[in-house]
Design a protein around this ligand. Sequence first.
Ligand SMILES: [Zn+2]
Length: 164
Amino acid sequence: MAPDVVFYVPGEIEGWLTFGQSCFLAARTDGVWKEDGPPMPEVMIQAYEHWYVWTHSAVVVAGIGLLFLLAGRKRWLFYLAPVAFHIFLDVFTHERFLTPVFHPIWDWTFRGISWSDPRVFWPHLAVLLATLLFFVRWLRRRPPTSQTFGEAGGNERRGVAPPA
Ligand SMILES: [Zn+2]
């Protein structure tokens, strides 16, 4: 989600400043995200060229990762994993706003199948529901937090005597 927020918010603000309020409805035009849909409105093209190509580039993500390493923040790389996964999924699920994963080095893109297509939508929904079920079951099986990190256990580990 992060790459979309980072492109969408400034893209919408710039679109509003350039094209006025009509920009807010542009992305809701019927079929505008499909390959055979109507021409993309100017505001969407602007958001793509100014923001999307940068927020959906694995090269940029790798650069940020390198900055983290140089700053000695190796653990922060963890936060880039879902961003990289988002970009990877977008490569295969966009018919428009093709994801230039190697931008600005190489403008290779792949025309995928839109996530709203039944061939992607239903398997996607099944994976989401399976993940939700897995987490609900995992939360139920977890011991209550008081047994793990509660007062008594925590104090024992810290060498503090339990209250008399
Ligand atoms: Zn995206």
